[in-house]
Write a protein that binds this ligand. Structure first.
Ligand SMILES: Cc1cc2nc3c(=O)[nH]c(=O)nc-3n(C[C@H](O)[C@H](O)[C@H](O)COP(=O)(O)OP(=O)(O)OC[C@H]3O[C@@H](n4cnc5c(N)ncnc54)[C@H](O)[C@@H]3O)c2cc1C
Length: 372
């Protein structure tokens, strides 16, 4: 029996996969999306109501041009979907002035001419009274920062793509066949000219990339003064407390609590299907201790706790490329806990790589060759 054949198949319809589907379909291609769970779902890396987006980028200055394009594309998606997906609050990147979050953020603002202000802890508290930074900290305030609604972004990309979606269908493997590719799922086999792998925390097993899943926990704590945690008085933040520890947080949105998390939480990595998905008291304790010190009006009982997965590459930069041994296969992985804000532009890049073999975007620092 003849197998179904598509122009492109996207495996994993989460943040990146939904955006890849959208951009491939916009270029007139017949596209199939295969997703093991639902679209969206709460078992990968893209759930929990809000994700920070910011232009000031301490992780690497070369992300800034990609972020400018990401903002543009999110705006286009909002207009097309007729709904608000991005809320601007401003972003605070703070910590000891000689450490990465503050110094890297400042550098990205200076090198790319981004509007920004430098604030000391007293000025931060005067403008945003929920914040109590350490006297030794300094902060960069960048006015374009804010948050995206990840589940709504995924739904919008997937729905507006018009692509065929098969949910609850796990991909078991794939192989190059001539210039194309054959994909084996729990239900059968399908073929395509191009394959895009965007399987998040499962990229190790599906694409053979060095991506390690890591358990994360998000907490929504009840504020004693909820008015201080409203989006118009509370910029999203990244706060570094020492060399090793960074936290991030959001104003109250939908769930009426102060939402926060710690990067690399309790450092629990491993195979994604074996990581503990239940939140525990110890998870809450760590996050509450941080809140009590730096956001004392936001450290009440936990309203909600959720686990989520990071998908770490060896250097915590993304992996965007065609596979050297199978150029008809394009990978988008290793987003290392900071990828969601880029989904819109990553979708465009993955479509470029799949259909044109290259992209106009500067992604040299994200290609596989750097890993050796
Ligand atoms: C707690 C937490 C907070 C974060 N905060 C931020 C933030 O504030 N800002 C930011 O920019 N980023 C943030 N990130 C990172 C960001 O959310 C991720 O980098 C991004 O969502 C990754 O998207 P993805 O498409 O790679 O993964 P996912 O959205 O998880 O998509 C992968 C999909 O592949 C599917 N899949 C896997 N294997 C198979 C298979 N064999 N067959 C079929 N389907 C399969 C999965 O079910 C899943 O739906 C955060 C991440 C976490 C966990």
């Amino acid at each position: 029996m003849a197998r179904e054949r598509w122009d492109a198949i996207v495996v994993g319809v989460g943040g990146m996969g939904s955006a890849a589907l959208y951009h491939l379909a916009r270029r007139g291609k017949r596209v199939l999306g295969l997703e093991r769970f639902g679209v969206p779902n709460e078992l990968g890396s893209s759930h929990g109501l809000t994700r920070i987006i910011r232009l000031a980028y301490y992780e690497h200055v070369a992300y800034v041009p990609l972020l400018r394009r990401a903002y543009e594309l999110w705006g286009g998606l909002e207009a097309e979907a007729g709904e608000r997906l991005l809320h601007v609050t401003g972003s605070i990147d703070a910590g000891p002035p000689d450490q990465l979050v503050f110094s890297g953020s400042l550098r990205s603002c200076e090198e790319h001419g981004l509007p920004h202000e430098l604030l000391d802890p007293a000025e931060v508290a005067r403008r945003f009274p929920a914040y109590r930074l350490d006297p030794s900290h300094l902060a960069v305030l960048q006015p374009d920062g804010g948050f995206l609604l990840p589940e709504r972004c995924i739904a919008a990309h997937a729905q507006l793509s018009g692509a065929e979606l098969r949910t609850g269908e796990r991909v078991l493997g794939w192989e190059p066949v001539g210039e194309g590719v054959r994909v084996r799922t729990e239900r059968g086999e399908v073929e395509a000219e191009r394959l895009v792998l965007t399987a998040g925390a499962w990229m190790g097993e599906l694409a053979g990339l060095p991506v390690v899943a890591e358990r994360q926990v998000l907490a929504w704590l009840e504020p004693s003064r909820p008015e201080l945690f409203e989006p118009d008085r509370f910029p999203v933040f990244n706060l570094q407390v020492d060399e090793e520890e960074r936290y991030y947080g959001f104003p109250a949105f939908e769930i009426p609590g102060f939402k926060l998390g710690r990067y690399h939480h309790l450092r629990e990595g491993g195979p994604p299907d074996e990581l503990d998905r239940e939140p525990h008291q110890e998870d809450e304790r760590v996050l509450r201790e941080f809140a009590a010190r730096y956001f004392p009006d936001g450290a009440g009982p936990a309203l909600t706790l959720k686990t989520c997965l990071f998908e770490n590459s060896p250097d915590e930069h993304f992996l965007l490329d065609r596979l050297p041994d199978a150029p008809q296969v394009v990978v988008g992985g290793g987003f290392s806990g900071h990828g969601f804000k880029f989904c819109s532009v990553v979708g465009e890049i993955l479509a470029d790589l799949a259909l044109d073999g290259d992209t106009r975007h500067e992604i040299g620092f994200l290609r596989l060759a750097r890993l050796g």
